[in-house]
Design a protein. Structure first.
Length: 146
């Protein structure tokens, strides 16, 4: 069996056809009434290009079911900050698998959380934006996803 190489590449340097394939796949995933032909037409993509790349092009930040997301956060030493973070996870149906907060030093604490995105209502980028709006949250980074 041949070893398959996988890369994470900024979409700005790729031909536009790859992004159109992902757009068409998203349309098909979100609307059961669409055909491949109508999804391709909606995004300006030929069906042959869709079929050629559909199994090889994937959106790294998509909210496909069953993914695990690992986040690193920097929090200010503010009462209720951790509670606000946990409530935000619950509000989008993210299942917390692990959570670890350090003792605050110089008014800052770090928090690492691992969440199951299987039932989440939003994608990881939207979760990061929600977490950044939480009380005392200074920084959120995605450090891993599988």
């Amino acid at each position: 069996m041949q070893h398959q190489k996988m890369f994470i590449v900024d979409s700005k340097i790729l031909p536009q056809v790859y992004e159109k394939v992902i757009e068409a796949k998203n349309l098909l995933r979100n609307d059961d009434t669409l055909t491949i032909q109508s999804a391709c037409k909606a995004v300006g993509l030929s069906r042959s290009a869709f079929y050629k790349y559909r199994d090889s092009v994937h959106d790294y930040m998509s909210s496909e079911k069953g993914k695990i997301l690992i986040l690193f956060m920097l929090l200010s030493h503010t009462p209720g900050a951790l509670s606000d973070i946990i409530n935000t996870f619950a509000s989008v149906k993210a299942n917390i698998l692990t959570i670890n907060q350090t003792v605050p030093i110089r008014d800052s604490a770090t928090l690492t959380a691992t969440v199951d995105m299987k039932s989440m209502d939003i994608n990881p980028e939207e979760l990061v934006q929600l977490l950044l709006s939480c009380k005392g949250c200074r920084k959120v980074d995605i450090i891993g996803m599988e």
